[in-house]
Design a protein around this ligand. Structure first.
Ligand SMILES: C[S@@+](CC[C@H](N)C(=O)[O-])C[C@H]1O[C@@H](n2cnc3c(N)ncnc32)[C@H](O)[C@@H]1O
Length: 207
């Protein structure tokens, strides 16, 4: 039987509640944790001893996943516009990634050591004006890609949140220029009604 709109909505809300409860039960700051956990189960992004930058990290559930997985045996730098309560083994920078001074602060912390993984969950505050929101996230995506290009080791991985819409396909094409394998991923924990999708660039090419 075809599901009515109301029962679909009920099912989606129910699934959302499930992730909120699971986040509380497992001690994560937000349900966003499951997006990274699902991607990691499928694509094994987090490996022992890696160096990672987490862009758009607040309130911090991705950083918590990294911190739990790597303990002290890796390097985790997180960055967000908003403040983030401390997480063990995570070095946090508060600032706007679009600003040169903030990028410089991040690059200084890297101390010439290249990265194994760059993840970005950055998203602009949704205004409801589709064209504005879309260009906002694509701009953040481009900046994250520039950063990943510059700092990832050969064979490093890039995982970034985007929205399906204008310029999305062009962005994916751009990622293809620097990574051996590129795919899009919609985690089960990502809301159905959201145009959110993740792009994964695997195995950075040694261009
Ligand atoms: C969906 S939330 C990230 C959730 C996070 N991954 C977690 O697991 O807790 C998106 C974040 O991107 C941040 N953000 C948006 N634009 C940014 C920018 N220009 N520079 C730094 N952070 C930004 C927001 O402040 C927000 O905290």
């Amino acid at each position: 039987m075809k599901r009515s709109k109301t029962s679909k909505k009920w099912m989606n809300e129910h699934i959302e509640d499930h992730y909120v409860h699971e986040a509380q039960r497992l001690g994560y700051r937000s349900r966003a944790a499951f997006k990274l956990l699902e991607a990691n189960d499928k694509y094994q992004l987090i490996k022992p001893h890696i160096s990672v930058v987490d862009l758009g990290s607040a309130p911090g559930s991705w950083s918590e996943v990294l911190s739990k997985s790597l303990a002290k045996e890796g390097k985790i730098i997180a960055l967000d516009l908003l403040d983030m309560a401390p997480i063990a083994n995570v070095d946090f920078i508060q600032g706007d990634f679009r600003e040169d001074s903030v990028l410089l602060e991040l690059e200084t912390k890297l101390a010439n050591q290249p990265l194994d993984l760059v993840i970005s969950d950055m998203a602009p505050n949704i205004s409801g004006i589709k064209a504005k929101d879309q260009s906002g996230i694509i701009h953040l995506n481009e900046l994250a890609l520039d950063f990943a290009r510059k700092w990832l080791k050969p064979n490093g991985h890039f995982f970034v949140k985007s929205f399906i819409g204008a310029q999305f396909d062009d962005f994916v094409k751009e990622v293809r220029l620097d990574f051996k394998k590129v795919l899009t991923f919609k985690p089960k924990s990502s809301r159905d009604r959201s145009s959110e999708v993740f792009v994964l660039g695997q195995y950075k090419l040694d261009n």
